[in-house]
Design a protein around this ligand. Structure first.
Ligand SMILES: NC(=O)c1ccc[n+]([C@@H]2O[C@H](COP(=O)([O-])OP(=O)(O)OC[C@H]3O[C@@H](n4cnc5c(N)ncnc54)[C@H](OP(=O)(O)O)[C@@H]3O)[C@@H](O)[C@H]2O)c1
Length: 370
């Protein structure tokens, strides 16, 4: 058993993708913190946002918000890590494994007396499951006599898959879970976000690792991840970085479309990057290597607990309603500039168009045009 684990770790150590993670990701994390430091001490360009609770409080002076009995916040991937910690903080949720979710729900209800939490099961790598979730959510809102709208959607669920796995819809599982799923979920929930009597918000959880993508071509085969099946070795670290860059491009494009083009000030779209957090994200990496990676990050002072790591997500949730199209990193209400590539609006539009095409094809397959 131990020999097998050591053998597995040794094989993993020989992979270029492992070293890319170990070296490049640490460098991009350090560079992000250096940028925070430089902004704070020298450039004075840093933009801070005070926290308020426009999306979560019904005790608002805004009569539209006060008319909602309970603001609805959906958080994906709430069964572990950051999602579970954010759920504790916000006490509302959605996720995949019903068993883990039920456990988190019971724990929240045990610790927070007036917590109103509902667990939904959804597999983000499956459009069919996302669609069922949307229908279940609408039914639940109806049955609970709640306003048929959503105030906050936090696209948090994500994976670091070390092997190529194909979903029932013929996509790479990591691209589906980290990017296509959140894209489709957001598109499907947009009408509910738009129906909110008060402001509503989408928060997309991304990662500093996106900085390692230096060039990008948008094509259906890359977004769906089918392209990676043609490679002899699955470039898992690169696919993860790529999926997180897609999340950022999508965030900024959605912001441009809803806030700038439609001039709607009711929906805001924000990206949040937690930094390095000790969660189950490395579950597919041999345990001795993930333990060692966390140990080194801790020695460097770069590793956070989920309770601290959620700071940037909570900053994004609580930023004033007019805040949109920004990237929170480092806690304390701080925003940073993400990579140069992430601001390429032509790339973002191409990605949007290709992703919308995938979305449309799936809608046609499952016959949902609502
Ligand atoms: N940890 C870090 O250092 C770090 C750094 C930057 C960004 N992030 C991002 O933070 C987010 C949360 O990750 P984490 O660190 O908290 O990892 P985690 O502990 O592994 O949690 C991931 C969550 O996503 C859910 N999930 C995975 N696949 C799913 C699917 N197909 N459908 C629905 N839910 C699914 C998991 O549910 P199950 O338990 O059912 O699998 C779990 O609840 C991810 O987007 C990650 O990329 C993490």
């Amino acid at each position: 058993m131990v020999v097998n684990k050591l053998k597995e770790a040794l094989i993993f150590l020989c992979k270029g993708q492992f070293w890319r993670m170990a070296v490049m990701w640490t460098i991009s994390l350090i560079l992000s913190y250096l940028q925070v430091f430089a902004q704070r001490h020298y450039l004075r360009k840093s933009k801070f946002y005070e926290r308020s609770s426009p999306f979560l409080s019904t005790a608002s002076s805004n009569p539209a918000i006060a008319s909602i009995k309970k603001p609805i916040c959906i958080i994906t991937g709430a069964s572990s890590g950051l999602g579970a910690a954010v759920s504790y903080a916000l006490a509302k949720e959605a996720g995949r494994s019903l068993h883990s979710l039920s456990k988190i729900v019971s724990e929240i209800q045990e610790h927070i007396d007036d917590a109103s939490v509902k667990a939904f099961q959804v597999d983000l790598s499956s459009y069919k499951s996302i669609l069922s979730f949307k229908h279940a959510l609408q039914q639940w809102l109806l049955d609970s006599d709640l306003h048929c709208s959503v105030q906050l959607l936090i696209n948090n669920a994500g994976i670091l898959a070390t092997s190529y796995r194909i979903t029932a819809e013929q996509c790479d599982q990591m691209m589906s879970t980290n990017y296509i799923g959140p894209f489709c979920l957001t598109k499907l929930l947009l009408p509910l976000l738009e129906q909110s009597p008060g402001p509503s918000r989408v928060v997309n959880v991304t990662s500093f690792t996106h900085r390692n993508v230096s060039s990008m071509e948008v094509a259906g085969e890359t977004i769906s991840g089918q392209y990676f099946s043609k490679l002899s070795l699955y470039p898992f670290a690169q696919v993860y970085e790529y999926s997180k860059l897609c999340v950022l491009l999508f965030t900024y494009e959605l912001h441009r479309q809803v806030c700038l083009v439609e001039k709607s000030h009711s929906i805001s779209v924000i990206a949040a990057d937690p930094g390095a957090v000790k969660t189950n994200i490395m579950r597919e990496i041999p345990s001795c290597l993930s333990w060692f990676a966390f140990y080194i990050l801790k020695l460097l002072g770069l590793l956070q607990s989920p309770e601290v790591g959620i700071d940037s997500v909570l900053d994004a949730v609580h930023a004033p309603p007019e805040t949109s199209g920004v990237y929170f990193f480092g806690g304390n209400g701080r925003t940073l500039r993400s990579s140069r590539l992430s601001y390429n609006s032509k790339l973002a539009k191409d990605l949007w168009d290709d992703s919308s095409q995938i979305f449309l094809e799936r809608q046609l397959v499952y016959q949902d045009t609502t």
